[in-house]
Ligand binder design. Sequence first.
Ligand code: B12
Ligand code: SF4
Ligand code: SF4
Length: 375
Amino acid sequence: MSERPDAVAIRDAADAAGIGVFRLANVDRLIDRLDRTAWLPRPRRGSEYVLPALARAVPDPLSGSFLVCAHPYACDRPEDRGEPPAPGSFGLVSPFARRDYYRAAVKTLASVARRLSERTGAPRSAFRVFVNSRLPEKLIGCGAGLGRYGKNRLLFTDEYGSRFVIGLLFLPWRVDDEIDPVPPPSSAEWCGACAACLDACPVNALRGEAGLSACLKARSDALEPWDGEIRRAWGVRFYGCDDCQARCPKNAARVHIGIPAASAATAAATSAATAAATAGAVGAEIDLSSFLALTEEDIRARFRKTALGMSWILPRALLRNALCAAGNSGEAALLPAVSRYVDDPRPLLADTARWARGRISAAAHAPDESPPPRP
Ligand code: B12
Ligand code: SF4
Ligand code: SF4
């Protein structure tokens, strides 16, 4: 016979796991809050997204609750604040992928589940952890009061801005007391007249008809060929994109190692999350020349157990990304590494390499752009 813990015991378990920002909400209540929240355009109610997905994932969702957590990732480089990247032969990795924050969040929530299972006698299998899963995690986070949607389509908390990954722990009972279930405001209320992210997006994914399917993050792991416009917009990225977060004034004011922290507690939670994810570190910069010397098998081995080792991130897509970054860097030193691919049997790589070679050569022959001396 299992005992139902109160909210204090659940809060203690989350605190003990080092989770800095979390909410506790019953599933029926969080869905109800979502359905009462106004957002535009709103073709369906929140419950119509959340309930079917939940019903596929757990046996009796409405009799349970969610511990909903924000796991911050470190943003400690100038380009994370919207500054242009320094010139060089590197491809840039977005902050969320520099370490394996997703795996770290899974481990942290599994430790909370273990603790609660031991305390209550409920079987461990009755608890479920969801991180980057098939559940609509932002909607669940929003309904639970964890954060609000910004116009960049991401969830914001006061503590971390939008720079965190969401982790959900399904608990097999309803709770008497929810923890801080703030009703979510609309993004218009939250962002006001600001449109910095919409303007910052290099492919207009936050305004255009194609929506987020045009987002450079979506393109990072897809194998379809890129036209010249996308190649140029790619810049010197290696994986992911962060422009709509880096230019957001609400992120500039918050957290993150290397940037003044909102509070000591927030800084401590960021450090804890970063330390927990150390095992999956790939770093912020990938040396393009040595990366372009790797085979697809080498790449799988190199990124195993990192955020870039996910099954859907194909090594060939990463090679294409690296070739594109090399072209946009204009670095003559990368010419030999790029040229090795111009006759590659993989058309995606050969086409990109020819484009990149042309771009590097053009940069080498471009007139000096420094202003002419005053007469
Ligand atoms: C698919 C996906 C993507 C796709 C998006 C494709 C698409 N067309 O949406 C791509 C590859 C582009 C992507 C990119 C990124 N992603 Co992503 N992605 C996901 C994933 C796996 C599913 C998202 C989804 O489809 N949800 C289902 C739909 C129904 O929900 P929704 O997206 O929230 O859309 C609804 C709301 O926006 C709602 N809505 C709109 N306005 C408002 C306002 C209010 C008030 C309310 C209530 C609702 C509402 O309307 C939509 C339904 O019509 C989630 C993980 C997960 N399982 O949730 C991560 C996730 C959303 N991604 C995440 C991250 C970190 C990123 C990137 C920042 C990574 C990067 N740096 O490159 C970028 C950010 C791009 C951006 N500006 O959004 C985090 C976001 C964390 C956060 N703070 O919000 C998540 C939650 C992963 C995680 N566990 O942390 N991602
Ligand atoms: S992540 Fe980059 S490409 Fe995607 S919406 Fe944001 S700015 Fe646009
Ligand atoms: S940049 Fe402005 S509009 Fe976009 S999410 Fe941040 S505050 Fe909102």
